[in-house]
Ligand binder design. Sequence first.
Ligand code: FE2
Length: 305
Amino acid sequence: MSDTPEFPAIITGGGDLGVFIGANKPAVDAALDHAGALLFRGFNVPDPLAFDAAIEAYGEVGFTYEDSLSNAVRTNVTPRVFTANEAPPETEIFLHHEMAQTPLFPAKLFFYCEIAAESGGATPLCRSDWVLDQLRAANPEFVARVEAEGVRYTNVMPGRDDAGSGQGRSWRSTLSVADQAGAEARLSDLGYSWEWLEDESLRVTTAALPAVRELAGGGTSFFNQLIAAFRGWADSRNDPNRTITFGGGEPITPEDMADAIRIADDLTHDLAWQAGDVALLDNFQVMHGRRPFAGKRRVLASLIA
Ligand code: FE2
């Protein structure tokens, strides 16, 4: 297709990235609307403080990890910059829209590569509106059903952070509560159901959440966490066969997921990081993940409300 934009769009330059973004915000936003993902390469972004300054220059309101219902264990580096996910290098994080398994999600994400891995460690990126177009053609019944019913996610959270899992954030931290009574109050506000398990872990099931989103610029995207939940939420607490259902409670089948996964894998582009790279993603339009890696890798993230 001749009108298919370069993906991600690469903006090469030099000098201070914050100064560049501050001077070119409307053009940056237009490029982001068009491509869904931008890579800033060749600018001078030596450390997390320079990354923080570039985000500040972008000038939009942040979405904080503390307030989010994210399942990932993370560590703040500056008030708005944190480690992308503390899961072990061999763990693949599958394609997802950030926090689409909760009612609270950011509109955009920044990533910054401070240290590129020796091998692996790319960030797969995938246009979710393109996925949905193809999935509608391949499996229209499935798309109609998730559009009509929405989807529910079930996961089990430990009582204390478990950095060995991509889903290891404790319920205390996830829900910003100190005890079980606080957890139950927060969950009932969110419309979730829950069950306390032994070793003080907690199984929660979300309310039915939308699985398809209308985009501001027209079109619709496969805005959900189905692929990551189906492929990746297995750990010592979570059984991937129980994690996703239609809004009505019926299981989503592996056959339905196979279509979505095949199409998304086909449309995925791996962003192979170089130290100093910064990426900006439209979270409503583009899914991201993390390939396994070897060696030291440090990719930081920041969320825009
Ligand atoms: Fe993510």
